[in-house]
Design a binder for this molecule. Structure first.
Ligand code: ADP
Ligand code: MG
Length: 600
């Protein structure tokens, strides 16, 4: 007698629930997605104890008739696709027909819905339909989920405190608000409104409501596309950064997803402008033909597959870099008149200034808008409990969208060297006030660009007296042609030397400053693990290290000529504002601020 049986529907639903909804946040995500798919433009979410005891999502969407209201709880029942072909052309957020039966199998669920004609109420307790009745209500749908996982203690145990679950719910609603600025969202936590958006379509305003004034003001609008992808949104200037990726939002066809390669592409675009190890804040909405996006990867729909992901990665990286390059400028200043009264003066006073970060012309630095020098990380949990100080909970304030920036030709403000401070900083007078140059960072930038230029133009090659042999393994030796193709940009040629060894007989002369063998070994390892794009990054990292080693250190006295030389060389740089590690090369103390400090 066979031992295999088909599971009953309730058990199957509970298994699916394990994947679809892990915690209140997942339930809210599924329900709000349904509301969006129903065409709602007003969605309200309210929770008690972070959704553990109760959560409600209500919308003004199309609603359901009484038959659909009952059918919606059948497993794999959906109005959004009809056949397997439709899986390749998904224009809605949901399509699996799993969320409602799954949620209803692990909670007490009440649905009230009206399509404008039928008004229906359905109550289901842990998979059992308790009642279906007529119920007066407005058009739209309201779903209440109570005592989630009450009968699945293992799951219940997995939940954290109400405050923590609350913060996850708020976080996901903020993501919805940013991916759908045209929808008015309201979030009510334990009876109090915690967050709302107007639904007027202004993304910068939503950024203001989610992250506060400063990121909103420092947000650069971007819009770019190629044949397959259309991308728009905001990049926050890197004077504000975070330690985690939680503030990087990338939406694909209005869908929130976890796409690590695309996060990386954005970070690569920021690389020259951001301090190493820090993460940017951004919101990017990417539109593409649904054929290019496979969302049928995991029941929770957080994971997707993108058909031409490399192409999209390059597009994002290059365009982010370009946008930042065009806006990360020091204030555009007219040249100062020739003056003769700046003399090298002894600087003995121990002055400490607030150091405003140089900001772009589109957001003039005013005392109010000066970012804190070391931004404090706000965790999702903190965010939910403490609204940013200047974020009105119920904001009627309108933020004008920043215009898409015109490309600007970069130039440094004219600087007159005054002297050196503590053998670390070069002090210069400029029209805006006092420029303080980090002597090490400035020279790092100069050397970095010099090395890059030398590398890009056919570099001089150096024959090695003793060729370098590298243990590469049989598999790699077989792929030596492929390896050489990938390493072409580095001007390195590997040859097979026996069945498991590679040999390199000449290297570009810039490599003499490195431990060549280790570098070549790294090249091989990167080839083994990664794609070609790794090389460009690797090369940059090495060059940055080299530039760093060869630059003027802190604690070195410089004479006037040396300092002038640094300023002149910096002026010739393509990106004079940041060192290769993303730190600023100089800051400007505004004359107006100085005047204020003296109470004038
Ligand atoms: P899916 O969203 O994958 O279709 P769900 O289980 O989430 O599956 O929902 C089942 C069906 O119930 C949906 O296809 C839709 O027709 C209907 N439905 C669910 N929520 C709503 C809502 N808020 N407004 C209108 N219809 C809804
Ligand atoms: Mg759904």
């Amino acid at each position: 007698m066979g031992r295999i049986r088909q599971l009953d529907e309730q058990t199957a639903n509970m298994i699916a629930a394990g994947e679809v909804v892990e915690r209140p946040m997942g339930v809210v995500k599924e329900l709000v997605e349904n509301s969006i798919d129903a065409g709602a433009d007003r969605i309200t979410v309210s929770v008690e104890e972070g959704g553990i005891t109760s959560l409600t999502v209500s919308d003004n969407g199309c609603g359901m008739d009484s038959q659909d209201a009952a059918n919606a709880f059948l497993r794999h029942a959906t109005s959004k696709i009809r056949s397997s072909e439709d899986l390749w052309d998904i224009g809605t957020l949901g399509f699996r027909g799993e969320a409602l039966p799954s949620i209803a199998s692990v909670s007490k669920l009440t649905l009230i819905t009206s399509d404008g004609t039928d008004n229906t109420r359905v109550v289901i307790e842990y998979g059992k339909t308790v009642s279906v009745s007529s119920w007066p209500c407005n058009q739209g749908t309201e779903i209440t989920v109570e005592n989630l996982f009450y009968r699945t203690p293992a799951r219940l145990k997995h939940l954290r405190s109400g405050a923590y679950e609350n913060s996850l719910v708020q976080d996901v609603i903020m993501k919805f608000a940013m991916s759908h600025p045209e929808i008015a969202f309201r979030f009510i936590s334990s009876g109090k409104e915690a967050f709302r958006t107007s639904g007027n379509g202004n993304l910068q305003e939503v950024i203001f409501q989610c992250w506060g004034r400063e990121p909103a003001e420092l947000a650069i609008p971007v819009s770019f596309s190629d044949y397959d992808y259309k991308c728009s949104g905001y990049l926050v200037k890197p004077s504000i950064t975070r330690s985690s990726r939680n503030f990087m939002h990338i939406f694909l066809n209005g869908r929130m997803v976890r796409t690590f390669r695309l996060y990386q592409a954005v970070m690569d675009g920021y690389e020259d402008f951001i301090v190493k190890g820090r993460k940017p804040l951004c919101v990017l909405n990417i539109e593409m033909d649904p054929h290019l996006l496979d969302v049928n990867v995991h029941p929770s729909k957080w994971e997707v597959r993108i058909s031409k992901e490399n192409q999209l990665e390059y597009l994002i990286r290059d365009q982010v870099r370009e946008a930042l390059k065009n806006t990360m400028l020091a204030p555009n200043i007219r040249p100062v008149k020739e003056t003769t009264y700046y003399e090298q003066i002894p600087l003995e006073t121990n002055v400490s200034f607030r150091t405003p970060y140089v900001s772009a012309p589109s957001a003039p630095v005013t005392p109010e808008s000066i970012p804190a020098p070391a931004p404090v990380e706000t965790s999702a949990a903190q965010l939910s409990n403490t609204q940013p100080q200047d974020t009105p909970v119920n904001s009627n304030e309108v933020i004008e969208p920043n215009p898409v920036p015109e490309p600007v030709i970069q130039r440094l403000p004219d600087m007159q060297v005054i002297g050196q401070l503590h053998e670390k900083f070069i002090l210069c007078a400029c029209e805006a006030g006092l420029a303080v140059i980090d002597q090490h960072a400035a020279q790092e930038r100069v050397h970095y660009e010099q090395y890059c230029n030398a590398l890009n133009k056919n570099p001089a090659m150096m024959d090695l007296l003793v060729p370098i042999t590298l243990a590469a393994g049989d598999d790699l030796v077989r792929r030596v042609e492929e390896l050489n193709e990938a390493a072409e940009e580095l001007h390195i040629t590997f040859e097979a030397f026996g069945h498991d060894t590679l040999i390199v007989r000449s290297v570009p002369s810039w490599m003499k400053d490195l431990d060549e063998e280790r570098f070549l070994q790294d090249v091989i390892e990167n080839f083994r693990n990664e794609t070609k794009s790794v090389y460009a990054k690797m090369e940059k990292k090495k060059i940055a290290t080299m530039a760093c080693h060869h630059s003027i250190r802190f604690n070195r006295a410089l004479n006037m000529e040396e300092m002038k030389q640094v300023v002149l060389q910096l002026n010739d740089c393509e990106n004079p504002y940041h060192c290769p590690h993303g730190r600023p090369t100089f800051v400007i103390l505004d004359e107006k601020d100085l005047t204020k400090e003296f109470l004038r």
